[in-house]
Ligand binder design. Sequence first.
Ligand code: ADP
Ligand code: ZN
Length: 295
Amino acid sequence: MLIGALEAGGTKMVCSIGTPKGGVLQRASFRTLTPDETIPQMLDFFRNFEISALGIGSFGPLDLNPKSKTYGTITSSPKKAWRDFPILETMRHELHVPVEIDTDVNAAALAEYVVGAGKTYKSLVYVTVGTGVGGGIILNGDIVHGLVHPEVGHMLLTPSEMDTMPGGMCPFHDHCLEGLASGPAIEKRWGLSPALMMENHPAWDLEADYLAQMCVNLIMTVSPEIIVLGGGVMQQQHLFPKIRKHVFRMLGGYVASARLDEEHLDSYIVPPALGNNSGVTGALLLGAKAVATRK
Ligand code: ADP
Ligand code: ZN
């Protein structure tokens, strides 16, 4: 059985064909122009294959309430041409297959949960630290949607006294995680792209402090069995030990789990096991779910 996967991003649309277990067989990428321009290109690609379902991991925000009239539309996206665009309904109508949709980060979280770093656990949080910061939460196999969907990237943090940009740069919130710790926030604060910074740059200890605050907040609220950190900024591998050190200190020994002992944190806060493939794998798994539920 073949499954189609669409990773819908603000700059490109990555279309793949793969197996229900997440193996990728074919891939094509199209620039995200307007729906009128980009949708036909994606449909042409998918129509070359006999797919049984399509899974979509999309930039958002999305309407993910199955009872809503606008379920599966991109809602208030800054990409104007895509605002209110019914991406799920369009693909389902044109391809005549069941379609399942979720946010890009929820798809990645699902992949890490099912076949990646979290495959032996019942709960997981996946956070990507890149142009934005976003997180997906999975509990007992279910992606947490709740009222809308979690906005892990906009949790409020305590700014460091050392921070020259303590308010952050989010247009909506003062000192939220994304505003303080995204790639563009690092670049704005220090006037240098994080990809070019040396390991001993002071930016990294501040970044580790903020990402550790995030981990601690997640530990205290969600109590996940594993936290997976991905995205461009986390390519800086040295951030992991720095974050774990701060997490251990900030927890203050309060939470009673051996997994949070200093020597065990390296298997608790981890990089994605699937590397850059968590998005596509997650979209394939969503497609497989659509087959099972005939959505
Ligand atoms: P996106 O979030 O747009 O999907 P990425 O996850 O690659 O894409 O994140 C892009 C951000 O990550 C940019 O702000 C970039 O400066 C930063 N980044 C990319 N590579 C690195 C790196 N090796 N080290 C630190 N930061 C990086
Ligand atoms: Zn914010």
